[in-house]
Design a protein around this ligand. Sequence first.
Ligand code: PEP
Ligand code: MG
Length: 585
Amino acid sequence: MMILGEVASSGLARGRAVLCDCAGKRTVVPQRRVGKVEAEMEIERFDAAVAAAEVKLLEVQEKVHRTLGKEQAEIFETQIVLMRDVHLHDTVRDLCLEKGMNVEAAVDAAIRQLMKLFGGLDDPYFRERAADLHDVGKRLLDHLVGDVPQATPVPAEGSVIVTSELLASIVAQWEGQGVRAIIVEKGGLTAHATILARSLGIPMLVHVPEATRKIQTDDLLIVDALAGRVFLNPQPELLRRYDRLEANLQMHKSALKDLIGVPTVTRDGVDIKLSANIGQTADAAAAANVKADGVGLYRTEFVFAAQDQFPAEDEQYLFYRATADYLKPGETVIRVLDVGSDKPLNYFPLPHEANPAMGCRGTRLLLAHPQILHTQLRAILRLSASHPVKILLPMIDGLDDLRAAKTAIGRAKAELAAEGQSFNPRIPVGAMIETPSAAILIEQLADEVDFFSVGSNDLVQFLLAADRLGGEMPSAYDPLHPAVIRVLATLATVARSKGKPFSLCGEIASDPAYANLVIGLGFRSLSVSPGRLLDIKHAICSTRLADAEKLAGQVLTLSATRDIRVCVQEDWARRRPVSPAELAT
Ligand code: PEP
Ligand code: MG
């Protein structure tokens, strides 16, 4: 049997399927009937779970108090009060004793009842407590079901993971575990889980409908993450065909190694800067191995996510220094913390929002928590004394955010100067262009920043009002939409006319099939996944700027995404190293 999917991280793999729940959230609350005697025991389990959850909450509260202050820590006070609530206890008791429910089902039902009650009240304070109740319910269930925190599936060497959803924090733990490929029912091409899989070089397919129903654990799978398909328990003839394709790909990969250290120049002599996007120190090592021209985007949130509390200034300094050391003398563009949306920090609870991608995140979030920003800025500034680092501000939506963040940088500098600590007083400060408002205001922003980094992942999502994380329905998210192409062309033109360095760091830059297009649109600096860097270099070194500009010019005349796709695919088909004929077999 063959099933189709969308290529999220390219490559070929084969291995035994392992079905996992990698969504990081519990989907099933156990349900069973209990008699009177057992019901009393269930209530005792409830009391024990409340006590254990309270101890855990007090620990978290203490940490948050230490790192973020009293106000943030109070969120947990509310949760402790709710957990002790008499009404909650009475309802759980009644459901166990009167309705014969097991305690997990009773807690789930009681929390739902209370959330409904709170949600219907006029007082906004109580309405907002519904989110706290949800959290309380989850904590209690975590303790009752006995997996606190939810264990990350540890796959056996050689597994192909099959899951309905996937969290970035789970993929991060698969580094070096020998995972051969990942198949996700939902997922998105620019979701952070996908970005991480790409940087770990794990082939991945997303939007594979009903994968968890059609595939069984232990099925032998061929994952063709070049053509976007999975073969279940393939016949020997097919296995032999894929042996040949894998050998071809291997040859291509070995040939790419010859490009390490070779400058990235088009055949007509145009230099392109090729830096790496990194998240963890291991990515920096990978970037150094392929001799990237520096780090164009250091997503520091992955450093924070690997901790169980906010890293102190000295710890941050050491992390950043270890990374910058790898790429020295190339520069390292350090983006300040961009948490929120699909990059949560489990020790930094954020208010529940209906649309977190458009809520409190990025620079906006940091400005609301000045201490977090201040500590990070001090660490980066201290490093700037010895290393060529730059500060990048995420999710800038206009001049107000930018100016407030620059004031915060000024404050951190003044404090370090007063302490006699050294730093680069002229450390370059740049803005991510990843919101439509920032794109519209690029000319004005140019007067107040030193450089730009265009984040197409979010920019596409907000320009098209299409979720980058994907979902149940086919997504309208498409970087080849004519509106996106026009905006990219305009950004390149305006930034160049204002004399500001600019680069493209969204995933559109990490796809060799798009390299000709983005260069033709005017980008001369790309920051890409380290695992794709040599492929991109190969694509650039084998083209000419004149051809790239011709392609971009042609694309700019088209107004339908489908036509643009055909045009770009035809261009790529002429140049791709593994031919479409081979893929079509
Ligand atoms: C982007 O939005 O394009 C970007 C590079 O930032 P991130 O993917 O981390 O949101
Ligand atoms: Mg972004």
